[in-house]
Ligand binder design. Structure first.
Ligand code: GDP
Length: 303
């Protein structure tokens, strides 16, 4: 599957443990479920989600009268996918594009999570899809953030609208919109600052940026994507809570999945916050951004 390479660490840890468990317990019993529970929790699937999954598994085992643990292993994947999608029958649209005019995508998240890298990768991805892209360097706070975005701009051949460090992010985004409009661009990618130390200022700044975008383009931003670092585990979950309380988050980009054995965090985010994971980062290269798909993800864990 498409996640084969990026999920190697999680697969090696998770699938190995599950396979070993299945080999040790031939028949299903209470101890088997207890050990399975521990394995899932250690993969950061999240306690609530694990409880839910174990209950579902037990019911399914009873309903189908399953005795062999190898059969349970098959059911784990099925149930993980079911739980991920919950009551949403439809597949989640990865990006909602503006049908008549400029699409604005806003990226938010704490410093260091991979926000700039993700914007660069996204610019490349959209360009490959034939879209005309502009980026706006709205992180005027972090030293080097503007230059870093410019490096990505050069690399992927996308213009970057910038002001000097310390200037008003809302003004940068405003200029980004005007520039994108005058170029007849399809998509504007907006970077923002990510200092969580000063939460009130950060959130005020985000609201101001959003107000400018909404005023200039009714219906925008079309996506507010929260970037989270998978290697930070439960910390990522608490960041997601903070941001989603302060601003409307339409989807999550989970970066550095290649760097963790705890890829189960995807499940926890989805179930504890009910925000879809739309993209995942599977490496540092420009092509290492994949749209997320729970089926490919879960089956990638056992492939
Ligand atoms: P920002 O502060 O949120 O803008 O973070 P950066 O974009 O500067 O990224 C921080 C570090 O994480 C950089 O060294 C990136 O190369 C690295 N990084 C970003 N995304 C990924 C990913 O999906 N996988 C890996 N392995 N590294 C990543």
């Amino acid at each position: 599957t498409k996640f084969k390479k990026g999920l190697a660490k999680t697969r090696n840890s998770f699938a190995t443990k599950v396979n070993d468990l299945v080999a040790r317990y031939r028949t299903v019993d209470e101890d088997f479920f207890e050990e399975l529970e521990e394995i899932l929790i250690s993969a950061d699937v999240g306690v609530n989600t694990v409880m839910h999954l174990i209950d579902e598994l037990k019911m399914e085992v009873k309903r189908r009268n399953i005795k062999d643990t190898r059969e349970v292993r098959e059911v784990i994947s099925e149930k993980l996918v079911d739980i991920y999608y919950g009551n949403d029958d439809e597949e989640i649209e990865e990006i909602t594009f503006n049908q008549d005019g400029l699409t604005v995508l806003l990226f938010v998240g704490v410093n260091g999570v991979g926000k700039t890298t993700t914007i660069g990768k996204m610019a490349h991805r959209l360009k490959q899809q034939g879209k005309n892209v502009v980026m706006a360097a709205g992180d005027t706070f972090r030293a080097g953030a503007i230059e870093q975005l410019e490096v990505w701009g050069d690399r992927v051949g996308v213009p970057v609208i910038r002001h000097s460090e310390g200037s008003d992010p809302a003004a940068v985004i405003y200029d980004g919109i005007q520039s994108a409009k005058s170029k007849g661009a399809d998509v504007l990618l907006c970077d923002t600052a990510g200092r969580l130390q000063n939460k009130v200022n950060l959130m005020n700044e985000l609201s101001k940026v959003k107000r400018v975008i909404e005023r200039e383009i009714p219906g925008a931003p079309h996506e507010s994507l929260l970037v989270l670092d998978a290697t930070t585990g439960q910390n990522a979950l608490s960041q997601a809570k903070t941001f989603s309380e302060a601003t409307n988050v339409s989807g999550i980009v989970l970066t550095k999945l290649d760097g963790t054995a705890k890829g189960g965090i995807v499940m926890a985010i989805r179930n504890e916050l009910d925000i879809p994971v739309k993209f995942v980062g599977l490496g540092e290269k420009v092509t290492d951004l994949q749209s997320f798909d729970a089926h490919a993800f879960v089956y990638g864990l056992f492939a």
